[in-house]
Design a protein around this ligand. Structure first.
Ligand code: NOJ
Length: 542
């Protein structure tokens, strides 16, 4: 990969994810909204990001915080209006920021017009937009389970049929086998493209080609056929970034998803690295196998080099805060937040920053289950309590893995409700906002915020971040994550101590005397022992 000029814009971009209901409220109803986002555009420009991925803002009953859409072509009143959305796209452009929308195409809300029609009768033209099976009440078509608990089938007595839902009962799965469904979706996407959006994130996109009779959810046989058609009919008519969420992605199929010819998407979110510290179920924790993590990330870097493209992320609205998960959110909060960012941002791919990550925001421990809002956590709590688990164990799982960890309001300043709202926030603010907030971070030259700002700048300044070939150093070391990136002109060394203990390190010969690009302790990148969570990058011209 020599010619950086011919690379698509998104290979050099850094994306910032906004969870709109928790970002900035503008009207005092306790829920973040689009005018609130517009107000914070200067902050995002200052951070240096190129695009914002907005979690869903379309009309929705909010059973799953907007991932249950009842109208793809309207904005939910709690977030604003279609005009607000158009204004956001226009204003963001002035700040050199593109807006990426979240497309939820695997399912709709059960309050979507299509589903309301579909339920009216087997001969209704919309009936076949969803996945139905005849049956008898109480005898499910099979034993498939929904991600948010319970069976994946819901009985509709008027029809004498079950519909299929991989998520909540209020999220019926769309039937992608039906070409009319696909056409409706393409027309809707083209409509958003005309409004000037910069790209799309595609929710659980590897689950659209399900075959429930064979128990298939992810990676169904027709998946890539559908994706190529989707891309041809829509994305390829614009200059967009597209990223598919694919829990079932592996390094092999990721080459299809992110093929450089653009036949599917720009890239996918894959989760191999995000499920290593759990047992079968996400709630059952396991220690992070650090050496395995390094080898896994290295595999993705190597496998996709020149034939695909990686997304780089450690956080999103479904995941706990990484500084609490793999770092230390106490004594070494700043050091470890910076360490994790260094480890990630040196790699090849497009980095995604989740709101508040750039402040080193942490997980939260609310005392009572009544303080929690997420359907997934609440359902799990009910199921496990009924199954006889101890409440404190159930709460520990939520503290460690619950999605609300990432969904507490953005911490803007030390004023009431962290400057998020004048009203009562829809979910509690993390009490540590008096210390951890954007205002304090911006004042402190040594803050996590300024470190992220610098990492973003470095990627744009040095082409080796874009095209350098990856090599993992010290693969078996149990504390240090170190790698190099090398292209025709330069070499980069990224080295971090992943632990809260000193780690012994000896500088590779070729990097002695190289320039320190960034370092989370004062001074040059060290030649000997690394301090707790110490992290740095060195650069050498050839
Ligand atoms: C993945 C989204 O990220 C998550 O928040 C949502 O609950 C499910 N897909 C269902 O749409």
């Amino acid at each position: 990969m020599a010619e950086t000029k011919t690379q698509p814009w998104w290979k050099n971009a850094v994306v910032y994810q906004i969870y709109p209901r928790s970002f900035q409220d503008s009207n005092g109803d306790g829920i973040g909204d689009i005018p609130g986002i517009i107000r914070r555009l200067p902050y995002l420009e200052e951070l240096g990001i190129d695009a914002v991925w907005l979690s869903p803002v379309c009309r929705s009953p909010q059973d799953d915080n907007g991932y249950d859409i009842s109208d793809y072509q309207d904005i939910d009143p709690m977030f604003g209006t279609l005009e607000d959305m158009e204004q956001l796209i226009a204003e963001a452009k002035k700040h050199h920021i593109r807006i990426i929308m979240d497309l939820v195409l695997n399912h709709t809300s059960d309050e979507h017009r299509w589903f309301l029609e579909a339920k009216k009768g087997k001969n209704n033209p919309y009936h076949d937009y969803y996945v139905w099976r005849d049956g008898e009440e109480g005898t499910y078509p099979n034993d498939m389970k929904a991600t948010f608990g319970g069976p994946a089938w819901e009985w509709v007595p008027e029809l004498g049929q079950y519909y299929f839902h991989q998520f909540s009962v209020k999220q019926p799965d769309l039937n992608w086998e039906n070409p009319k469904v696909r056409r409706e979706i393409y027309d809707m996407i083209l409509w958003w493209m005309k409004k000037g959006v910069g790209g799309f994130r595609l929710d659980v996109i590897d689950q659209i080609a399900k075959e429930p009779d064979r128990g298939i959810t992810n990676n169904g046989p027709r998946l890539h056929e559908f994706l190529r058609e989707l891309s041809r009919e829509t994305f390829q008519k614009g200059d967009l970034i597209t990223v598919g969420e694919a829990w079932g992605a592996n390094a092999e199929n990721a080459k299809l998803y992110s093929a450089p010819d653009g036949s599917e998407f720009s890239m996918v979110f894959q989760f191999e690295h995000m499920v290593m510290d759990q047992k079968e179920e996400k709630w059952d924790l396991a220690p992070l196998p650090f050496v395995k993590l390094k080898k896994d990330l290295a595999k993705w870097q190597t496998e996709l080099y020149g034939v695909g493209w990686n997304s780089l992320f450690l956080n999103n609205h479904d995941l706990p805060r990484i500084v609490s998960r793999w770092g230390d959110d106490g004594k070494y909060r700043k050091e470890s937040a910076k360490m994790l960012a260094t480890m990630l941002h040196g790699m090849q791919g497009t980095p995604y920053i989740y709101q508040g990550e750039e402040l080193g925001m942490t997980n939260v421990r609310f005392p009572d289950i009544a303080d929690y809002r997420d359907i997934e956590s609440l359902n799990m709590y009910k199921e496990r309590m009924a199954a006889g688990y101890k409440e404190e164990d159930v709460m520990e799982s939520i503290y460690a893995k619950g999605r609300d960890n990432a969904r507490t309001p953005m911490q803007w300043d030390a004023s009431k409700n962290a400057g998020f709202t004048e009203g009562t926030p829809w979910i509690g603010v993390n009490p540590n906002y008096t210390e951890i907030n954007a205002e304090a971070e911006k004042k402190d030259p040594d803050s996590v915020f300024h470190y992220y700002q610098k990492l973003i700048r470095l990627r744009k300044e040095y082409p080796v971040f874009l095209d350098g070939k990856f090599e993992l150093l010290l693969p078996e070391d149990g504390q240090i994550f170190a790698y190099t990136r090398t292209d025709e002109d330069a070499a980069l060394l990224v080295c971090v101590n992943f632990t809260g203990e000193d780690a012994s390190w000896s500088m590779p010969e070729e990097f002695r005397g190289a320039r320190t690009l960034i370092h989370n302790y004062p001074g040059e990148g060290p030649e000997g022992t690394l301090r707790p969570y110490e992290a740095f990058m060195l650069y050498k011209k050839k």
